[in-house]
Design a protein around this ligand. Structure first.
Ligand code: F6R
Length: 607
C-alpha cells in the first residue's frame, strides 16, 4: 500500500526521495509524487503510474531543495490520477499519507461550509486543508499539525512539510507504521526501515498515536495525550542489497530460488544448537493447559494457517480454528482464556490481522505473532513474537514467506506435541530429520523448473483452472489457485478433491486444466478417484506427485510433475514450490507484471 518518505538532508532531496520510493515500490502503487522546500518555497511534482514517469517529469521540470517528502499511492478514495496523487498541498502545507481518514467527510463538510474549496475527492486533502485553516488562524506549523492530528479518526501515517520551514517535518502514526531514521546531521522518515536502508540503519519506530517534531538535529516525540515520550532507537539489519534482484528477472523468481537457503536458516533458528532438537526460543506457553488454538491471517498467510490446522490437530491433538482476519474481527467469537491465538503475517502490518489481534488481546492466555518483519506492529503488540527468518520479501506474491511461515508453525506444533506428551522423542526426531531434509528436496525441485516451464505453454492459454488437494494438500490447492490468479490473471479455484462432485465438476471440459497436488500418501487413492472423474469428463489433469504416485496413477493424465519423496507432514511445504513455479512461468508467458500485479499491494494497511 502507500509508501511514505521524508528527508531533512544536506544534499539535493529529489533524487534521494525517488530512490527511497523505489525501495517502497514493492508495496504496490499507482501514482507517485514528491515535494521539496527550496529557499523556503514549497515545490511539488506528481505523476501517474510507475516511478519512471515521476523521474522523467523531474528531468524536464526539476525541483530543488534539501528537504522533502515523497509518496507512492495505492488508490483508496479517488481514482489513481495525478490530481489525487500525493503529496497533497493547500497553500503552505504539503502532506503525504498512508491509511484512511474515516471522518474525512465530516471534516470536509465543516471546511467547505467555512468557504474552503477542495480540488480532489481524497480523504488526504482534508488533512492539508484542515492544517492550512489552522495556519490561517495564526497557529505555528507545529501547533497546526498537532491540532490537525487531534481531529483525525481512522488509520494513518502522515508526514507534513511546510512552506518557509526548511528544517521541519512533522510525522504521525496511528494504525499505519512509520519509522524515523537518524543520520549525521540529517533525519529521515519512512514507511519502513527498508526505504531508509541506504541512508541509515538507526531507526526509531513511532508507537500507536505518537507524533513527532523532526529537525536535522533533533527528534521530539509525543504520545496521543501530548505527553513527551522517548522511544528506543534500534539498529536495523535491512541492508541496502536486500532489494537487489541479483541474476533474476523478477523478485518472485529470486525469492522462489532463495527458499533452500532461507528455509535452512529458519530451521536452524528453530533447532536447539546443541541437540539439534526442534525448539522455539521464547515460546513461554504451557501447552498442557491450552484448550484451543486460534489462528488468524489474510491471503497466503491464512493458507499457511490452514495447513498448520491439520498439524495442530493431528500431531499435537489440540482443537484448532482458523479464520481470515477480515471476518474474524467482526465475528465476535467467544474466546477461552485457556486458548492461545496466533497471528500470521509476512509484513506484520496487515490492518485486519492487527485488528483481530487487538480483539483477542486480554481474552486469551497468550497472543503469538508469526511475522517476517520483526519490528512490525503485530510483532510488537503480541505477547510472543516468532520471526520466520525469510529475509525481505519484495515480490507482491508471497513465496518464501509462506514456506518459512510453515516452518515456524511446524516448530510450534512439534514443541506443543512434545509438551502434551502426544509425540515421543523418536517421533520428534523423525519430524526434525524430515524438516532438515526440506532445503535439499526444494533444491532438487528447483533443478526441474524447466519441466514446469514447459507445462505452462498450455496453461497460459487457459482462461480458468482448478486446483485439487486432500487433507493438508487442500489448503495448498487453494494457495496454488491464489498464486496463479494473482499474477497471471487466469481465473483459478482451489477445491478439496472430495468436494468436486458437489458442484465444481460442472465446470470441467476439455478446456479446463485441473492441477492435482497429490503425494502418494494415505489419501492418494481417494484423490486418484476424483482425478478419474475429471478425466472421464475430458478434463486435462496435471498431476503433481512423487514417483510412486506417478506409477500408481492410471493412464489418461495429461502431464505429470514428479516430485522427490517427502515426509507426509511436510508435503505442503515442498509442493508449494511447483505451485509457485506454475504461477510464475504462466505469468511470464502471459507478459503480466509478475512482481507488482495490477491492483495489488504488498502491505495491506487498510481494511
Ligand atoms: C498473496 C499474498 C497475500 C498476503 C496477504 C497477507 O501472494 O501475498 O495474500 O499473504 O495480503 O499479507 P501479510 O502476510 O503481510 O499479512
Amino acid at each position: 500500500m502507500c509508501g511514505i518518505v521524508g528527508i531533512l538532508g544536506n544534499h539535493e532531496a529529489a533524487p534521494i526521495l525517488v530512490d527511497a520510493l523505489r525501495r517502497l515500490e514493492y508495496r504496490g502503487y499507482d501514482s507517485a509524487g514528491i515535494a521539496t522546500i527550496d529557499k523556503g518555497r514549497l515545490g511539488r511534482r506528481r505523476a501517474m503510474g510507475k516511478l519512471v514517469n515521476l523521474s522523467d517529469l523531474l528531468m524536464h521540470e526539476p525541483i530543488t531543495g534539501k528537504s522533502g517528502i515523497g509518496h507512492t499511492r495505492w488508490a483508496t478514495h479517488g481514482a489513481p490520477n495525478v490530481v489525487n496523487a500525493h503529496p497533497h498541498r493547500a497553500k503552505d502545507v504539503a502532506v503525504v499519507h498512508n491509511g484512511i481518514i474515516e471522518n474525512y467527510k465530516e471534516l470536509r463538510d465543516e471546511l467547505t461550509a467555512a468557504g474552503l474549496v477542495f480540488e480532489t475527492e481524497t480523504d488526504t486533502e482534508t488533512v492539508v486543508q484542515l492544517c492550512m485553516s489552522y495556519l490561517d488562524e495564526g497557529m505555528s506549523p507545529i501547533y497546526a499539525a498537532a491540532a490537525t492530528i487531534d481531529r483525525l479518526e481512522g488509520a494513518y501515517a502522515l508526514c507534513f512539510l511546510f512552506d518557509g520551514e526548511d528544517d521541519l517535518l512533522i510525522a504521525a502514526r496511528k494504525g499505519s507504521p512509520l519509522a524515523i531514521g537518524h543520520g549525521d546531521g540529517e533525519m529521515y522518515v519512512g514507511s519502513d526501515a527498508l526505504a531508509l536502508a541506504p541512508m541509515t540503519d538507526k531507526v526509531t519506530y513511532l508507537d500507536e498515536g505518537d507524533w513527532a517534531v523532526i529537525t536535522r538535529n533533533s527528534l521530539e516525540i509525543r504520545d496521543a495525550q501530548g505527553k513527551q515520550v522517548s522511544r528506543e532507537m534500534r539498529t536495523i539489519k535491512a541492508d541496502a542489497s536486500s532489494t537487489d534482484k541479483g541474476i533474476h528477472k523478477h523478485y518472485m523468481m529470486k525469492e522462489i530460488t532463495e527458499q533452500p537457503t532461507v528455509l535452512a536458516d529458519a530451521i536452524g533458528h528453530y533447532s536447539n544448537a546443541e541437540t539439534g532438537a526442534i525448539s522455539v526460543p521464547g515460546l513461554d506457553i504451557d501447552f498442557t493447559s491450552v484448550d484451543k488454538i486460534t489462528m488468524v491471517a489474510c491471503g497466503t498467510a491464512y493458507l499457511a494457517c490452514s495447513v498448520a490446522k491439520y498439524w495442530f490437530e493431528q500431531v499435537a491433538r489440540i482443537p484448532c480454528e482458523v479464520d481470515v482476519a477480515s471476518e474474524f474481527r467482526y465475528r465476535e467469537p467467544p474466546m477461552s482464556d485457556k486458548s492461545i491465538a496466533l497471528f500470521v503475517s509476512q509484513s506484520g502490518e496487515t490492518a485486519d490481522t492487527l485488528a483481530a489481534l487487538r480483539y483477542c488481546a486480554g481474552k486469551v492466555a497468550k497472543t503469538v505473532a508469526v511475522v517476517n518483519v520483526a519490528e512490525s506492529s503485530i510483532a510488537r503488540e503480541c505477547d510472543i513474537s516468532l520471526p520466520i527468518h525469510a529475509g525481505v520479501e519484495i515480490g507482491v506474491a508471497s513465496t518464501k514467506a509462506f514456506t518459512c511461515q510453515l516452518v515456524a508453525l511446524a516448530a510450534v506444533v512439534i514443541s506443543a506435541a512434545r509438551a502434551r506428551g502426544v509425540l515421543d522423542a523418536k517421533g520428534a526426531q523423525e519430524l526434525r530429520d524430515a524438516l532438515n531434509s526440506l532445503p535439499g528436496l526444494i533444491n532438487q525441485c528447483l533443478t526441474r523448473k524447466n519441466d514446469i516451464d514447459k507445462v505452462t505453454v498450455e496453461l497460459a492459454k487457459a482462461s480458468d483452472a482448478l486446483f485439487l488437494g486432500r487433507g493438508a494438500m487442500y489448503p495448498l490447492a487453494l494457495e496454488g489457485a491464489l498464486k496463479l490468479k494473482e499474477i497471471s490473471y487466469i481465473h483459478a479455484e482451489g477445491y478439496a478433491s472430495g468436494e468436486l462432485k458437489h458442484g465444481p465438476i460442472a465446470l470441467v471440459d476439455e478446456h479446463m486444466p485441473v492441477i492435482v497436488m497429490a503425494p502418494k500418501d494415505a489419501l492418494f487413492d481417494k484423490t486418484v478417484s476424483n482425478m478419474q472423474e475429471v478425466m472421464a469428463r475430458g478434463g486435462k489433469v496435471l498431476l503433481v506427485t512423487d514417483q510412486q504416485g506417478a506409477d500408481a496413477a492410471r493412464d489418461g493424465v495429461w502431464k505429470t510433475i514428479v516430485m522427490p519423496p517427502v515426509h507426509d507432514m511436510f508435503a505442503p511445504i515442498l509442493y508449494a514450490i511447483p505451485a509457485q513455479l506454475i504461477a510464475y512461468y504462466t505469468a511470464v508467458r502471459k507478459g503480466t507484471d509478475v512482481d507488482q500485479p495490477r491492483n495489488l499491494a504488498k502491505s495491506v494497511t487498510v481494511e
